[in-house]
Design a protein around this ligand. Structure first.
Ligand code: ZN
Length: 182
């Protein structure tokens, strides 16, 4: 049965802490929460369920948003209509990045931020991430474009960084010839 996640608001101090490395084997409780995150994120991106369960659409959650300051992120990326790629990364680390910088043209959103925040968030166009899967196996992921932004956004949560911290307060918007907007 689907159980809606209780996602903390940006004002909660958990969102400003540096989270700690996770040790294996992963707690049963975390396995369950990961499953719940995947369901929540998937349903939130399917209009029928989004409405039924009153969900805000989102593609990623980091554990601090659930009140757990441990380094776990979950991303559900819609690659085609109704087709989703799921990523669960434990102790994720960005090991390389492109020089090219991009930003989501419409700005970023966050399931913990229940207000409009305007401005472009500069992000690497491509990143390579290493980490572990739920069984403790090493994994390596190459992400580009929207998925790259999602990984950077979620990994920031593990270090207590909110997306709007990265908006240039003196210059909230960029033009196409400054950075590529997607
Ligand atoms: Zn977020």
């Amino acid at each position: 049965m689907f159980k809606k996640l209780n996602i903390l608001d940006e004002k909660d101090p958990h969102l400003r802490k540096t989270s700690k490395e996770v040790s294996f084997p992963l707690k049963e409780e975390y396995q369950k929460l990961i499953k719940q995150c995947i369901d929540h994120l998937t349903y939130s991106q399917i209009p029928k369920y989004e409405e039924k369960y009153e969900l805000r659409p989102g593609m990623g959650i980091a554990f601090p948003q659930l009140g757990i300051n441990e380094r776990i992120i979950v991303i559900v990326h819609e690659v085609d209509e109704g087709v989703f790629d799921e990523y669960v990364v434990i102790n994720p680390k960005i090991i390389s990045n492109s020089e090219e910088i991009i930003a989501a043209e419409a700005g970023e959103g966050c399931l913990s931020v229940n207000r409009e925040v305007e401005g472009h968030v500069p992000r690497y166009a491509r990143v390579t991430i290493i980490g572990y899967d739920q069984n403790g196996n090493k994994i390596k992921i190459r992400a580009r474009e929207e998925l790259s932004i999602a990984f950077q956004h979620e990994i920031d949560h593990l270090d207590g960084i909110m997306f709007y911290d990265r908006i240039n307060k003196k210059k909230r918007f960029y033009s196409e010839d400054e950075i590529r907007l997607i």
